[in-house]
Design a protein around this ligand. Structure first.
Ligand code: AMP
Ligand code: MG
Length: 486
């Protein structure tokens, strides 16, 4: 890697060059007395920045909106989307700005998006701000999902401030610097479709193909091929969420990335106890975005994207592609679960055994992270014997365990523990852990969030002295109510 300083980042603002139909120039509105709360050195490395750069005062000034690079082109993007099933005709970046696209030494483009940067033409009734609490939550989730190997946007840093922001109570204003190869959402396509700007819709699709899916250009039906790419990546992302117990919480189409990466974190949660019906968003009264609904909802969202592409591609072809979602999802999911269970190869009954395990877990208060880690800790027979007592349906578990042990016989025992520990995290971002560090940060103590970020950046490693971060939630942390307010 060729190391750079903040001053010599190279910008190539491809989205900004699409012009005013797609985004509006807006300057960031800075926060008062900004301070660096937490930073990701691995995200910095994506910009070729060495860790030492975050000690410079310029770092905070840039990421709290006080100064800008000469080559930056800060803009608010326009999009719309289906929110909780209803169509909202105009959303857009109401509190975030695309500062520009940095090209790193490997030739990759990284969008720099400053969330909480003040009012824009799309702010509607909002104040354009983000609070420290939600900025820390998005930061931790992005970097942790990445460490787990789950496709996601990244987060460079959070800056806190003296600027008051009012939600249910008075909170602290903050900014999050988010990074992704693209900030285009399903909702971008919906906006140009429903406003009947079909030329702009085509321009947008051509942009996404050229910058992110160049192989589609060679296809006889490039826009149908684009849909297929998005669908495949979304199916894989959802499989990861289901396999690792991640609940997004607000799967509106404006929060779905065209790249199939986890995007726009609100009231998300990783499951503690397995519960297929878990609703992590306190504002989600009907459970539209419950844990198990994430699969059909992703399909629904893809249908909404497909609809928006009908001026560009044959409806029949889009519909046929949509049919591929479930089988693709199931194949990815099963592959992940096989690895989590320590299985090599494929057997016909694998999917059924996974389903039976989840049914046994349901209602038994089985921790979805600790279970798999424990399972890999010992030889199969030993492991299931130790886990058995936690289940309510002991006969059911014994039946399952017998089938599981039979399935394990062919496996290479000498590599089992290493294989399983490489895919079954010891540490997971539990809501209570996030809550503890947020409480400290709100008092001005940033050490806990920095330490937690460090622990969660190596989720598969044993980290001696830090075992308490792997603990299941205390009573107060089991049912935290996290709402959309952010
Ligand atoms: P979100 O729930 O963060 O995905 O946001 C949904 C929409 O509301 C997006 O258009 C956001 O830009 C906008 N929005 C959310 N919070 C604010 C805020 N505090 N000020 C202005 N716009 C906001
Ligand atoms: Mg959003």
């Amino acid at each position: 890697m060729l190391l750079k300083t903040l001053d010599d980042l190279v910008f190539d603002n491809r989205f900004a060059r699409l012009g005013d139909t797609f985004s509006t120039e807006v300057l960031p509105d800075p926060l008062n007395a900004p301070r660096l709360v937490v930073v990701s050195e691995s995200a910095m490395a994506l910009l070729d920045l060495p860790a030492s750069e975050h000690a410079r005062p310029e770092f905070i000034e840039l990421f709290a909106g006080h100064t800008l690079w000469n080559d930056a082109a800060p803009r608010a993007m326009v999009y719309s989307g289906h929110q909780f099933g209803g169509y909202s005709p105009r959303l857009g970046d109401g509190r975030g700005l695309l500062l520009g696209e940095v090209v790193n030494s490997r030739g990759e483009h990284w969008d720099l998006h400053l969330k909480g940067a003040g009012l824009t033409p799309y702010s509607r009734m909002g104040d354009g701000r983000a609070v420290l609490r939600s900025s820390i939550r998005e930061f931790l989730a992005s970097e942790h999902l990445h460490a787990l190997g789950i496709p996601t946007s990244r987060a460079l840093c959070v800056t806190g401030s003296d600027t008051p922001v009012y939600r249910e109570t008075r909170e602290t204003g903050a900014m999050l610097l988010r990074m992704a190869p693209s900030h285009v959402r399903f909702g971008h396509f919906e906006y140009f479709y429903y406003t009947r700007q079909h030329d702009a819709l085509k321009t947008l699709a051509d942009h996404v193909i050229a910058e992110h899916f160049p192989a589609c250009r060679e296809q006889s039906a490039p826009y149908a091929a684009l849909f297929r790419e998005v669908l495949e990546r979304t199916a894989e992302m959802i499989a990861y969420w289901q396999a690792y117990g991640f609940c997004h919480g607000v799967m509106n189409t404006d929060n779905m990335s065209i790249l199939g990466i986890t995007f726009d974190f609100g009231p998300y949660a990783f499951l503690d106890d397995f519960d297929a019906n878990h609703i992590c968003n306190h504002s989600d009264d009907t459970g539209r975005y419950s844990f198990s609904n994430q699969v059909p909802i992703a399909h629904w969202n893809l249908a909404a994207l497909g609809q928006a592409l009908t001026p560009l591609a044959e409806a029949d072809e889009l519909r046929a592609t949509l049919e591929l979602f479930l089988p693709l999802y199931q194949a990815h999911y099963l592959a992940l679960m096989r690895r989590r269970l320590g299985w090599i190869g494929e057997e016909e009954d694998d999917a059924e055994l996974v389903q039976r395990l989840l049914q046994l877990m349901q209602g038994s208060a089985i921790d979805f992270t600790a279970f798999f880690r424990e399972l890999g800790e010992r030889a199969p027979a030993d492991a299931v014997a130790r886990l058995r007592d936690d289940f309510i349906d002991l006969t059911g578990f014994d039946d399952w365990a017998e089938a599981y042990l039979a399935r394990c016989t062919e496996e290479a025992p000498s590599t089992r523990r290493a294989r399983m520990h490489a895919v079954n995290p010891k540490y997971i971002l539990r809501n209570y852990l996030a809550q503890e560090v947020i409480t400290a940060a709100e008092r001005g103590d940033y050490e806990p969030v920095r330490t937690l970020q460090e622990v969660l950046s190596r989720p598969f490693d044993e980290q001696p002295g830090r075992e308490h971060y792997a603990q299941r939630p205390p009573d107060w942390g089991k049912h935290l109510e996290i709402s959309c307010s952010s």
